[in-house]
Design a binder for this molecule. Structure first.
Ligand code: URA
Ligand code: CA
Length: 435
């Protein structure tokens, strides 16, 4: 088999066989196939697409390129949730303990954030003492005992994806649905979940800006998951404005605590209940989404969800008392309000730009080497559709620097107040299930 012929075949719009796809992924991962041939194939795939069979085959080939995690020693159906991008997306922090409180096992491998999207581990490290450096047997034991644990990226999972993603990043081939879908799904499958709930974001703060592209990506991932034997479904949710009100690590943990008590922002609560209901049904703990939702709401009200969060934190060295007293987390030195320049209805809060403003304060990493400030961030006092008086605070800046003028300027540029009444945007744009 020759790489040249595989490139030519895809260039001409033909489908590749599983042998050809395996040849490429194996050869590229071990260094036999050079970068220039791999980039030519990525560009051919970008233009010619892949059919469902090819998408499933490239995903499986990437899973087989490295180690996989065996979660079979954990009792029950392991359901993983994955959100594609997003700004101020606190859902994982909430969903973990929330579904665990209904004995749905959550065995989560998580990463750190880069750019305007925050990572779950960074957020959790705002809890003093909390760490994810646990070994695999402890991880399994914790999930069996508490039904929830989060571990850092361990082992050599999907090396083919790591190498290919790096290549795509510099060859303008990231934005290809078969390549994004196989990249994300290979990581989820290698991490061992039995069932997968995808939260595919759409809008300014998302990978896919248009609803049409977001639906196509969601369908591609759901088809791959089900083809390779993992029960997979997707919810498409709005990411034009940041989710919830808090953006920043300790601030988002506080927001998670509020939400677990049933006192969180409306949109964040709704998305968590939507995704959580799907997880509970896939795990076989409820027969219908309505029944699952009722169970989740009950555990928010009766304190069980919050209690589970505290247990989870203290089991991994964290100070579990933060669930009663969030001020035990790092606190910013300065609180600065952003007053509205005129009265009206908030019509736009551009998610990715707001995320960048939070990063400028130190809440996110500009490069892999950046050290983040866990205390700083933003808190939206107004969301799209809200009325604001002139001079009333649009949002609060939590900073560890006195001068926040450049951040304020960026925020003003990306928050629009209009005279006309604006409706709150639709949060859930639909869901996609396997055939
Ligand atoms: N995230 C991934 O993990 N892979 C992609 O290709 C795009 C986003
Ligand atoms: Ca948030």
């Amino acid at each position: 088999m020759r790489m040249y012929d595989i490139i030519a075949k895809k260039r001409d719009g033909e489908a590749l066989t599983s042998e050809e796809i395996n040849f490429f992924i194996e050869g590229y991962t071990n260094g036999d196939i050079p970068e220039y041939q791999a980039s030519a194939l990525c560009m051919a795939i970008f233009f010619q697409d892949m059919n469902d069979e090819e998408r499933a085959n490239i995903t499986t080939a990437m899973v087989n390129s490295g180690e996989t995690i065996d979660l079979s020693p954990i009792e029950g159906v392991k359901v993983d949730k994955h959100s594609t991008g997003g700004v101020g997306d606190t859902t994982t922090l909430i969903l973990g303990p929330l579904v665990a409180s209904l004995d749905v096992p959550v065995a989560k491998m998580s990463g750190r954030g880069l750019g305007h999207t925050g990572g779950t581990i960074d957020k959790l490290e705002a809890v003093p003492g909390f760490h994810v450096e646990i070994d695999k047997s402890e991880f399994i034991d914790l999930v069996n005992t508490n039904k929830i644990s989060v571990i850092g990226q361990t082992g050599n999972l999907t090396p083919a994806d790591k190498k290919l993603y790096g290549l795509r990043d510099v060859t303008a081939t990231v934005n290809s649905i078969p390549l994004i879908a196989s990249s994300i799904m290979s990581k989820k499958i290698a991490a061992g979940a039995d069932a997968i709930v995808l939260d595919v974001k759409t809008g300014a703060g998302a990978f896919m800006k248009s609803l049409e592209d977001s639906k196509a990506l969601a369908e591609a991932m759901v088809t791959i998951g089900n083809k390779v034997g993992r029960n997979t479904m997707a919810v498409i949710s709005d990411m034009n404005q940041p989710l919830g009100r808090a953006i920043g690590n300790a601030l988002e943990v506080k927001e998670a605590i509020d939400t677990l008590k049933g006192e969180g922002p409306k949109d964040l609560t709704e998305l968590c209940l939507t995704l959580g209901s799907q997880m509970v049904v896939l795990a076989g703990k409820a027969n219908t989404l309505d029944e699952a939702r009722g169970m989740l709401e009950a555990n928010m009200k009766n304190g069980k969800a919050l209690e589970r969060f505290g247990t989870f934190l203290s089991s991994q060295g964290g100070n579990g008392k933060v669930v009663e007293d969030p001020t035990l987390m790092p606190q910013a030195s300065y609180k600065v309000e952003l007053p509205a320049k005129k009265a009206g209805y908030v019509s736009d809060i551009v998610a990715d730009e707001i995320g960048t403003a939070a990063m400028m304060l130190g809440a996110g990493r500009a490069t892999k080497e950046s050290v983040i400030d866990l205390a700083v961030g933003l808190y939206l006092n107004k969301k799209v559709g809200d009325y604001v008086e002139e001079g009333e605070s649009l949002l609060t800046i939590y900073a560890n620097q006195e001068d926040v003028n450049d951040v304020k300027e960026k925020l003003y540029e990306n928050i629009t107040v209009s005279d006309d009444k604006v409706e709150a945007p639709t949060l859930i744009h639909g869901s996609i299930t396997g055939e």
